[in-house]
Write a protein that binds this ligand. Sequence first.
Ligand code: THG
Length: 373
Amino acid sequence: MTVSTQLPAIGIVQRTRKSPFFDATQQAGVQGFTVYNHMLMPIFYDSPEADYWHLMNNVSMWDVAAERQVEITGPDAFKLVQLLTPRNLSKCKIGQCKYVPLVDQHGGILNDPVLLRLGENHFWLSLADSDGLLWAKGVALGYGLDVNICEPDVSPLAVQGPKAEQVVADLLGDWVKDIRFFWFKEAMLGDIPLIVARSGWSKQGGFELYLRDSQYGAQLWDLVAAAGKPYGIAPGTPSTIERVESGLLSYGNDMTIENNPYEVGLGKFCDLEQPVDFIGKAALKRIKAEGVTQKLVGIELAGDPISGNAHYWPIYKDGTQIGKVTSSAYSPRLKKNLGIAMLAIDHTTIGTTLDVETPNGTRSATVSNTPKL
Ligand code: THG
């Protein structure tokens, strides 16, 4: 992630919503924010690279309250959720999470939330950065469904890294070790109501504690920090370095409404054979049959360490633009510049050489297996 110190400050007003952990993150020394779902979200503490190493080696705690929830309840709740995503939810159990791309009638991706099934007809969509609440409300209205849709007072706090399990077990009990990946349990931590899920936007393992009452934000932060102290916990944030290494996609960066799931490697989450006529089904069938014209791939960029790209960097082959870098980072572990790139399909073979236009000149790049997409 590029963190510019030259830009003027962002105006913070009521519209730029604050997380219940906002004061705690300031006290913990947060040095930068981004705006995500109209809310301030921390992006680094010590430095993006120091925060990355902490995540890789120990454990870090992240204010990801900006991953806002859309709560869907009522007799038609399941029906609505299954209309919203191409993923087949017929086997989704209560207590389970599912990664569920949302698409429009053209197959364009609107969001890529994590779904939590809290009851037969009780769901949360844990949103990426776009207004999924409005889309869900519009679809429910258009289809005449009997549902209630709201943004509940729920704020995730992620605990990620190799020592995350020990921290969360010390905090809540050894029972958390039995929670499988992408499953969750309801719990009380004293008076603090939580959902405890084994999930999170890194591949280092860990949990997400969904705080269900914002008045306890500071208290929950302090309790996690105290439980993590013996394990060297540090405040952290979703790490661009780690997630580019791991090939985790970021909505708004690596994909937008202009992209369909097959272009960005999310085709595996689309079940076009299921009986339900979910939104976008006809379009996705056509797209799948025709084949995509572009797709996301991993690339390696030559030269000195880069510090992310605040804009899309154009990619050329023999002088013709054939794509763009959507995300990038220097991997201190692999000692390579890694990128995620959207490329015309004819140029996506591993080993293809490319020219990338960066603000500091042209660099050569190669389509690569790392990051694996
Ligand atoms: N946690 C919660 N909400 C979120 C995110 C999160 N909302 C926004 C954003 N992240 C949504 N995007 C993703 C992308 C990938 C994953 C989770 C959220 C992820 N994928 C796994 C993988 O690719 O290996 C598993 C996917 C699966 O098998 O279903 O974890 O992080 N609360």
